[in-house]
Design a protein around this ligand. Structure first.
Ligand SMILES: CC(C)(COP(=O)(O)OP(=O)(O)OC[C@H]1O[C@@H](n2cnc3c(N)ncnc32)[C@H](O)[C@@H]1OP(=O)(O)O)[C@@H](O)C(=O)NCCC(=O)NCCS
Length: 144
């Protein structure tokens, strides 16, 4: 399957929302995506062949990017698709990329470190888990 990265259309938000439900405890809904999309700085890229494999959504303001979500379908993880999406972001004319992940998400932390991100801080008790307990957020950044 020949892979491409291209900008996501609003009509594809339902596919993203479906993958989100499979990947995250607090998935983005179609409505969340549409609300963020009302801001000009909000962008979503998809990686796809005949069907959507993964996506990255982020805010791009001046020379900085804040990644909001990056997701690769479970069946397609570990095949570098996530890293391709990060490379796409790194090719933008920017100076810094930021991301926050749950401290419990060791795979994502490994992934961002492997892709050149450094740990820059912790937000205590930032995420609420399904059982209503809280966990810290790790903030990472990268200079492409
Ligand atoms: C995190 C995620 C985006 C990574 O995408 P991916 O395409 O699977 O990752 P890649 O194949 O590009 O992996 C690159 C590196 O990440 C790390 N990594 C990826 N999957 C891993 C796993 N299951 N266990 C440990 N490290 C892993 C490794 O360091 C890997 O490098 P290596 O293959 O040389 O060991 C993907 O696993 C995912 O969608 N997870 C669920 C959603 C999520 O947590 N998103 C991130 C927070 S927004």
């Amino acid at each position: 399957m020949k892979l491409k990265i291209s900008q996501c259309k609003k009509s594809e938000y339902p596919f993203i929302a479906d993958i989100e439900k499979n990947l995250f405890d607090s998935p983005l809904s179609i409505n969340d995506l549409e609300t963020m999309n009302s801001q000009k700085s909000f962008k979503t890229w998809k990686i796809h062949g005949d069907y959507l494999i993964g996506y990255i959504c982020y805010f791009h303001v001046k020379d900085e990017v804040e990644i909001i979500k990056l997701g690769i379908m479970k069946s397609h993880q570990g095949k570098n698709y996530g890293s391709y999406l990060i490379q796409k972001i790194k090719s933008l004319p920017i100076k810094k990329i930021f991301i926050e992940v749950s401290c419990l998400n060791k795979i994502a932390i490994n992934f961002y470190i492997k892709n050149g991100f450094k740990k820059i801080g912790i937000r205590k008790n930032y995420y609420i888990l399904k059982n209503n307990s809280r966990t810290d957020a790790l903030r990472l950044s990268c200079e492409p």
